[in-house]
Design a protein around this ligand. Structure first.
Ligand SMILES: [Fe+2]
Ligand SMILES: [Fe+2]
Length: 310
């Protein structure tokens, strides 16, 4: 790879002179993620160490480290999880990334945060532990743990999911029931969520949207619905996403994910209008998410060859 390209990406990513807008830094980050080289991983780790970095950008850096599954990122990610002064979204994403890297030795560490006062983090750790056990289990979820990873495939949408899709239940209304049942554990409800995403019909959107609007059990759960709506990119999800973004008392991580998902819906002017409306929101994470989402929307609706810079 031509060093000058990596150097340029590094300059945009680190943004020492503060001259690059957030959307451009996102593009640089996803270019590095696409490269996936040790050098790219090192740069992302370096960017995570920067002072006064935005919560949004930091959480995306942590996310990319998990998706790259490079074990050298583990100590950095553990440091972010343990730091109670760190942003909620960053701690959550770091814990989820430990789940994505799926090293058995991280289970003990994640267990230490199951009772963390930050609910979003505690819930993420609960799911990440089960994800790692699942990946290492021959029977997909049995308690028998093996040292070799058996099942850590990427979803058909690209990213490594925090939980596998439920395969035993295929009926949308049954999956909806599981998804909306707040007495069930998050792992079970996540599996129903990813099954509904894979079904990807208007009925599946309705089920997911109902849970997004009505759930009171976990901001983490609601933000993940926003994330899968972004993957699905369906116009039917727009009213649900608008509703979540409109709710000013909703957790910023949910509103952030709703904004980014709106940017992924193709050909829906209403989505773009909503994003423009919230581009000056009081909450920095929401404002920056809208900026990135407007760029994504313009990309999705243009003939540009690729989102990442290279
Ligand atoms: Fe997340
Ligand atoms: Fe996010």
């Amino acid at each position: 790879m031509n060093m000058s390209i990596v150097e340029k990406l590094s300059e945009i990513l680190l943004n020492e002179d503060k001259k690059y807008p957030m959307y451009q830094r996102y593009r640089a980050l996803f270019s590095l993620k696409g490269l996936g080289t040790p050098e790219a991983v090192d740069l992302i780790i370096q960017a995570l160490g920067k002072e006064n970095e935005s919560e949004l950008f930091k959480h995306e850096l942590a996310y990319c480290l998990g998706q790259l599954q490079d074990e050298r990122a583990i100590s950095t990610l553990k440091g972010l999880v343990s730091d109670s002064s760190e942003f909620v979204m960053v701690r959550h994403e770091a814990a989820e990334s430990l789940g994505a890297i799926s090293n058995l030795e991280c289970i003990e560490f994640l267990k230490q945060h199951l009772a963390d006062p930050c609910k979003e983090l505690a819930h993420t750790c609960e799911i990440a532990i089960l994800k790692i056990k699942h990946d290492h289990s021959v029977n997909g979820g049995s308690s028998e743990i093996h040292s070799e990873k058996a099942n850590n495939d990427k979803s058909k949408y690209g990213p490594i999911d925090p939980a596998p899709a439920e395969t035993k239940v295929t009926d949308v209304s049954e999956l909806k029931q599981i998804l909306c049942d707040q007495s069930l554990d998050l792992w079970t409800r996540y599996k129903a969520m990813f099954a509904l995403r894979d079904i990807n019909t208007p009925e599946a959107v309705e089920a997911l949207g109902t849970a997004l609007l009505n759930d009171t059990s976990s901001a983490l759960f609601r933000h993940e619905i926003g994330f899968v709506f972004g993957e699905m990119g369906r116009t039917e999800s727009v009213p649900y996403l608008q509703h979540a973004l409109n709710k000013l008392d909703e957790a910023p991580m949910v509103r952030h994910e709703a904004a980014e998902a709106l940017g992924a819906v193709i050909g829906e002017e209403k989505a773009l209008e909503t994003l423009k409306e919230y581009a000056a929101d009081k909450c920095q994470v929401v404002r920056e998410s809208c900026e990135v989402a407007i760029d994504m929307y313009n990309y999705e609706n243009s003939k540009e060859f690729q989102y990442a810079i290279i």
